[in-house]
Design a protein around this ligand. Structure first.
Ligand SMILES: *Cc1c(COP(=O)(O)O)cnc(C)c1O
Length: 414
């Protein structure tokens, strides 16, 4: 089952997409599209992103087919591009927001507040008041102090107790050092919520971003079950929500993760009536949907080594190398120096370094990378640049990440 033409129409009409140019790609047309963009705007040599809405649709399809019992709440922090948010909203996804501004951007797309989980366990008072004022009524907590604030400013809010996964060591970015109640803290926290007459509706966890150990879902779902049991023993109203967090990647490992989740749900929550299972995928939907094109703005030859400067770097989109522990890769697009063979097929390569544009030596994107001989005004194209990239870039040294344009394309689902 591919994406129906119907869902394409929904996506094209979505807020954030509607009114913008969306180019349909032919098969394998993304390089072609990049080239046409580059030629069309020959005088403009700024970096740009290409967001493939077809990829977003097929990922959404894949999610729905693999985990039909788990409702996705896209984690906005991963990439808040309005067209991505709008497309996901049109496809029926919900949203995980962590701040007032994220809630505002989702609501501004016409998404109703009951499709938002405010999944930040430690929230500023003013943001809690804002959530209350717009009717965002589901949030997470892992401390007594948070319960006090919620009692004071949003007592009607349903709560999910965020628990720390036992083992998130396999994740690229573990979240356990910062968030999640320890096993011995669960009972006192549930009692405190009970005394404050707050409504605890269930449990949430996050096994860490970029998880490689799919067994971690098993362990965390088992731990969540013991929290459900503790709540029942304390006489709390029956829990209705299990939030399995994020951590999914879109590569073949997704199938493994999905079956680990399904098995664990079957084992620990068999035929639970009235249980809503939700998840907060970020990377899964964003990573492979975005491609970044950068211009070579400088070059130096040192013996056999080729050094290139491009117009995006560690302080911009490639901050993912530092913060997200990502490894990036790039393909040459020699649109200027080799128009007959822009992808440089079959050409001899050199050991190359790729630097970002700022004056900090830390701003180095790739070392020891094999690239053909390229020239100033050629391009380097970085695939899989949608997760934790532009979202966390700065304007250090005057290179403004937020100003990087996003072009929308649509490829046929694979
Ligand atoms: C960052 C985050 C996510 C998204 O995680 P991914 O690994 O990108 O799927 C989900 N939930 C919470 C609470 C987060 O902090």
């Amino acid at each position: 089952m591919g994406s129906s033409p119907n869902s394409l129409q929904l996506v094209l009409d979505a807020p954030g997409v509607r009114g913008r140019r969306v180019t349909a790609l032919t098969k394998d047309g993304s390089t072609e599209f990049m080239q046409s963009m580059i030629f069309e705007k020959r005088e403009v040599k700024e970096p740009f992103y290409v967001l493939d809405l077809g990829v977003v649709m097929s990922l959404h399809d894949k999610w729905t087919r693999s985990l039909p019992m788990v409702r996705p709440f896209y984690a906005v922090k991963c990439n808040p591009e309005p067209a991505l948010l709008g497309a996901l909203a049109a496809l029926g996804s919900n949203f995980d927001c962590a701040s007032r501004a994220e809630i505002e951007s989702v609501l501004s797309l016409g998404v109703s507040p009951d499709r938002i989980v405010y999944a930040n366990p430690c929230k500023a008072e003013s943001h809690i008041k804002y959530a209350a004022s717009v009717g965002v009524n589901l949030t997470t907590f892992d401390s007594r102090e948070e319960l006090d604030k919620i009692r004071d400013w949003h007592p009607g809010c349903a709560l999910l107790l965020r628990v720390k996964p036992h083992d998130d060591s396999g994740a690229r970015c573990p979240l356990g050092p910062k968030y999640g109640a320890l096993p011995e803290e669960v009972e006192p926290l549930l009692q405190a919520a009970q005394e404050a007459r707050l409504n605890v509706a269930g449990v949430s966890f996050h096994i860490g971003s970029g998880a490689t150990n799919t067994n971690a879902y098993q362990g965390a779902i088992a731990a969540a079950k013991t929290v459900f049991d503790t709540a029942a023993r304390l006489g709390l109203p029956k829990f209705q929500v299990l939030n399995i967090g994020g951590g999914f990647t879109a590569d073949p490992q997704f199938d493994e993760a999905a079956s680990a989740v399904k098995d664990a749900l079957q084992t620990y929550f068999p035929n639970e009536r009235g249980l809503t299972i939700i998840s907060e995928p970020g990377r899964f939907f964003a990573e492979s949907a975005f491609t970044l094109a950068t211009t070579i703005i400088g070059k130096r030859i040192r013996g056999d080594l080729r050094e290139y400067w491009i117009n995006d770097g560690i302080y911009g989109s490639m901050n993912c190398i530092l913060y997200d522990h990502a490894t990036v890769t790039c393909m040459p697009l020699a649109c200027t120096s080799n128009r007959a063979n822009p992808i440089c097929k079959g050409l001899w390569t050199h050991n190359s370094t790729v630097f970002g544009p700022t004056c900090d030596a830390l701003d180095t994107v790739l070392t020891g990378h094999q690239l053909p001989e390229l020239h100033v005004s050629d391009w380097l194209v970085f695939p899989n640049m949608g997760a934790y990239t532009a979202a966390a870039g700065s304007s250090f040294n005057g290179f403004n990440t937020a100003a990087i344009l996003n072009h929308l394309v649509y490829s046929n689902p694979r």
